[in-house]
Design a protein around this ligand. Structure first.
Ligand code: SF4
Ligand code: SF4
Length: 290
């Protein structure tokens, strides 16, 4: 692809046909995370490790910047209102938690910089990673504004899963080796299984038929996953189990970096949407009593 093609066609390619682009998506997998419901328990993180064969790098390598967690819980603390000589400890003003996984951006900045096209967009709107093609240049990680790509600096197989722990590995996906980049896939192996089943039954995957491990595990149902192209739920009397309905309810639209909301009370927002990355994870702001 020439540089001219990249500059003129790339962002157009990312937009749907209705936006004047030329990518006719089959599905558009997206998520909603309600920060009012998230308690920061970390169950989603553990589920992600188990489902996706994530290596445990250990605290020393973590300290060296070799973190490996496709989903991290970011913690935020309110600014303490300290009087003169006041003391504030974290427990006095409570934390807020924000689960952060690959935002599956429709205009993913990690994609055009890969010299071997190891990271690309799938017809169902996912930002995919081809491990066998990855040469470990780490350009994609450098170009992800959310810092959500993780590199295998070492081969972790023997240290992470000494026998008999290797028996717990999920056979539906690989174990990545040294020199390969990886990141959240929205549990693409589950999506593929659902698509295969739907194909056998000569139909499309139904909204709600597939859930990533984090969504399935969350004890407070803080996360909702679904097909953002599924428009069957009406706007009023919104079904809160449907991701597309929640996007509509909170008046956040894909393809727009600036949302025009008739109701400023609506809590929905996307992280860094002003960067035009068009992320497909919608966060519902946490509301606190003051
Ligand atoms: S969050 Fe980062 S890794 Fe994920 S699609 Fe967007 S730019 Fe790429
Ligand atoms: S499992 Fe649910 S409540 Fe627990 S940290 Fe994850 S999103 Fe928050």
């Amino acid at each position: 692809m020439s540089l001219e093609n990249i500059l003129t066609d790339w962002s157009k390619y990312r937009k749907g046909l209705e936006e004047g682009g030329f990518h006719d998506y089959e599905h558009m997998w997206g998520m909603v995370v309600d920060l009012n419901k998230c308690t920061g328990c970390g169950a989603c993180v553990v589920a992600c490790y188990a489902e996706n064969n994530l290596a445990v790098v250990g605290k020393d390598r973590f300290d060296d910047g070799h973190a490996m967690h496709w989903l991290r819980i970011e913690r935020y603390w309110d600014e303490p209102d300290l009087g003169e000589g006041g003391v504030s400890e974290f427990q006095h003003h409570g934390g807020s938690f924000l689960p952060m996984m690959c935002q599956q951006c429709n205009a993913a900045t990690c994609e055009p910089v890969c010299p071997v096209a190891a990271t690309y967009h799938t017809p169902d709107g996912l930002n995919a990673q081809v491990y066998n093609r990855c040469i470990g240049s780490r350009y994609c990680s450098n170009n992800c504004p959310y810092r959500l790509r993780y590199f295998n600096f070492f081969s972790y197989y023997e240290t992470s899963w000494p026998a008999p722990l290797h028996m717990q590995l999920n056979p539906d996906l690989t174990v990545r080796d040294k020199g390969v980049m990886e990141k959240c896939t929205f549990c693409v192996q589950r999506i593929r299984t659902a698509k295969d089943k739907a194909k056998m039954e000569d139909r499309k995957v139904l909204d709600g038929e597939v859930q990533p491990a984090c969504v399935q595990t969350c004890p407070t149902t803080a996360m909702t996953f679904g097909d953002l192209l599924d428009m069957h739920t009406p706007g009023e009397g919104v079904d809160n189990t449907q991701a597309a309905a929640l996007w509509r309810k909170h008046q956040v639209e894909l393809g727009k970096s600036r949302q025009v909301k008739q109701n400023p009370e609506l809590r929905g927002y996307r992280v860094f949407e002003g960067l035009n990355t068009d992320p497909k994870v919608l966060y519902l702001e946490r509301v606190r009593e003051v």
